[in-house]
Design a protein around this ligand. Structure first.
Ligand code: ATR
Length: 286
């Protein structure tokens, strides 16, 4: 068959293992309907051992997809197997968005763009500070560190229980990024303009450490990439201390937009209706 992009356009996927809890189909389904487009976006469970074969079927066109999202545990291998991973995903070593073009698989990572778009939307001017503090050095922190560094913060302090993991990220992301253990948290938070929680601390009713956010600079923002619950213990503490907060749900919504535009040709909008729809879904299927 001729290699025509047209043949495959308008069918996209989210691949993960497990995948049944992904809310991405709800987000893309909402946009497809809102924009009157006749595409599809479906969940596909791909076992880790089968992922290379899945990438092969995307590449040779036999899957019928023009692209899609990949999520845990496939983000690293997707980046490795893609023919054309972009600079962002290459530095992260992880991709979440794939598309097929001229018989090749292209890849990017939109998590960082989702993070910054959410703050641009809900806290304009958030990036006008010198110092950012990022709590956590797991997989989810990487895109946040990269995005914050790239938005011009001069100092990005990564604080983690296991300091070796923070050091590894400081080495990866360059001289603006500094690694610390948890006992340095209070000190590095002084004068910071942005605090981001990227850890699972405080999820599922677990105890979160007490943090003094009142030492942050005027106009500082505290945000969390965790969005279940929406008001995490970190956000609650910041509010109680009179510091502005942004919850993490918008990051999930905004990271989806670039992929949608790539596969379906229209930039979708992240609006209050979409946000409410996801909140309702989280309440009915926790
Ligand atoms: P993800 O890929 O979702 O970020 P992860 O790689 O398991 O998940 O990372 C989870 C993050 O939460 C890490 O920064 C982890 O700290 P360690 O690197 O020391 O493990 C942090 N974290 C999880 N539970 C924690 C706890 N009880 N106290 C402090 N940090 C914790």
């Amino acid at each position: 068959m001729a290699d025509s992009r047209e043949t495959f356009v308008n069918h996209a996927f989210v691949a993960g293992y497990p995948i049944k809890h992904s809310r991405s189909p709800l987000i893309h389904g909402h946009w497809l309907e809102q924009l009157g487009l006749s595409g599809s976006y479906e969940r596909i469970e791909v076992e880790p051992a089968n992922f290379p074969q899945f990438m092969g079927s995307l590449k040779d066109g036999s899957s019928g997809f023009c692209g899609g999202n990949v999520t845990i545990p496939h983000k690293e291998i997707a980046c490795r197997l893609a023919d054309k991973p972009d600079e962002l995903s290459t530095e992260l070593g992880a991709a979440n968005t794939l598309w097929r073009e001229n018989g090749l698989i292209w890849a990017t990572n939109t998590d960082g763009a989702g993070f910054t778009a959410n703050l641009d939307d809900l806290a304009p001017g958030w990036e006008k500070a010198e110092r950012a503090v990022i709590l956590g050095a797991g997989g989810a922190s990487r895109a946040v560190i990269q995005a914050v560094r790239d938005r011009g913060f001069r100092e990005v302090h990564v604080v983690n229980r296991t300091v070796a993991r923070a050091r590894e990220l400081a080495d990866r992301f360059g001289e603006k990024v500094h690694a610390h253990s948890l006992d340095a948290l209070a000190e590095v938070t002084v004068g910071a303009g942005l605090f981001v929680n990227t850890t699972s601390l405080g999820m599922d009713g677990e105890q979160a450490p007490t943090i003094d956010f009142s030492t942050m600079r005027d106009g500082a923002i505290v945000t969390d990439i965790v969005y279940v619950p929406l008001r995490t213990p970190f956000l609650r503490q910041a509010e109680e201390q009179g510091v502005a907060t942004v919850d993490g749900l918008g990051m999930l919504l905004h990271q989806a937009a670039p992929g949608f535009e790539r596969w379906f040709g229209v930039r979708p909008e992240v609006d209050a209706k979409l946000r409410q729809m996801i909140i309702d879904d989280m309440e009915s299927h926790p």
